[in-house]
Ligand binder design. Structure first.
Ligand code: NCD
Length: 329
């Protein structure tokens, strides 16, 4: 499809998302999720063309405000903003534990005074992005807050799965590893449950939140049992930087019980696919032979879908902004 046709196709999609911010997946309806995934699908096509640029965000300012390090999420938001013609500024803030709260609000208010249209925020404290969204005038996208939510990751994972299996409902998906510290796990559980998939979580008891069943998932401590008959195995990084005590005996022992290798993967359904949000600890939660096997791994697809999903989210939120402006005029 030519860029002009693509443009027309994207313009023709009626807006199905009227929120000002994207702070989490919890609370989104199935139709809002489907709208974002459909829109992202059309951006995947655009991103595969030579001319990848549209002017949907022309004149708008996007600020990426990261209080935690990030490679793929930050670069993906940056590229997404640029492909939609926004002016993009990246800010990485290093915080000490003592001044965290103060720095967050101070920085947000300073940036707010520069009149950005979109703020993409990552912070180590759960709830920090919501707090910030209550203080600023622009749209806010949560790029990960503590162990709480990482909505665009769940959307890009869903898009990856939907493009591969043509559906989400009825699939059995195992999320394995450090569930306790994972905002990716939480956002994925909310989204997959909402869309009718069956979600299992597999982890040692020390890496699970209290009463994990409250999330509407099946809980397994034995990986061989949990993986049986799964369509997707989603591996998570051991987030040692968030661990206060020693939650696993050793990384070697962890790999033995919870690391994904060919032998454990053979227990899943034929046609099973493996995912990981990155960054990976090779040999800790996943064997390199699996991670690099393009016949089973969807890890590169996830990265590709990330740009398209972030374009879709920004586009959807800016539609809200357009409505606001038309009311003012
Ligand atoms: C994840 C995150 O930051 O929550 N990474 C990512 O966004 N791609 C997962 C992780 O850090 O392990």
């Amino acid at each position: 499809m030519k860029a002009a046709d693509q443009h027309a196709r994207i313009h023709a999609i009626p807006s199905g998302f009227s929120r000002r911010h994207l702070l989490g997946i919890e609370g989104l309806s199935a139709s809002e999720i489907t709208y974002l995934l459909d829109l992202a699908d059309s951006y995947v096509d655009l991103n595969r063309q030579i001319n990848k640029k549209l002017d949907r965000l022309k004149g708008r300012t996007l600020i990426n405000l990261f209080f935690e390090p990030s490679t793929r999420t930050q670069s993906s938001f940056e590229l997404a903003g640029k492909r939609l013609s926004a002016d993009v500024m990246n800010m990485t803030v290093h915080t000490s534990a003592v001044n965290k709260g103060e720095t967050l609000i101070d920085t947000a208010m300073t940036l707010n005074a520069m009149r950005p249209d979109l703020l993409v925020v990552r912070h180590s404290a759960s709830g920090a992005v919501q707090l910030l969204s209550e203080k600023v005038d622009c749209s806010v996208i949560n790029a990960g807050d503590g162990a709480h939510e990482h909505p665009t990751q769940a959307l890009l994972d869903a898009l990856t799965i939907r493009r591969h299996f043509d559906r989400l409902d009825g699939l059995t998906i195992a999320i394995c590893g450090d569930i306790l510290h994972s905002r990716v796990a939480r956002s994925n559980i909310y989204l997959l449950n909402r869309m009718g998939a069956r979600v299992r979580i597999i982890a040692p008891p020390t890496l699970l939140p209290p009463e994990p069943e409250r999330f509407g998932v099946e809980v397994f401590h034995n990986m061989r049992e949990g993986i049986r008959d799964c369509d997707i195995v989603m591996m998570l990084r051991l987030q040692s930087e968030r661990m206060t005590g020693s939650l696993i005996p050793s990384t070697r022992e962890y790999f033995h019980y919870y690391g994904l290798d060919r032998e454990k993967l053979s227990l899943a359904r034929d046609g099973v696919r493996v995912m990981h949000p990155g960054p990976m600890n090779r040999g800790v939660e996943i064997d390199s032979a699996i991670a690099d096997d393009r016949a089973v791994s969807l890890i590169h697809d996830q990265v590709e879908m990330g740009v398209a999903v972030r374009m879709a989210v920004m586009d959807a939120l800016s539609a809200h902004l357009r409505n606001d402006l038309s009311k003012e005029i």
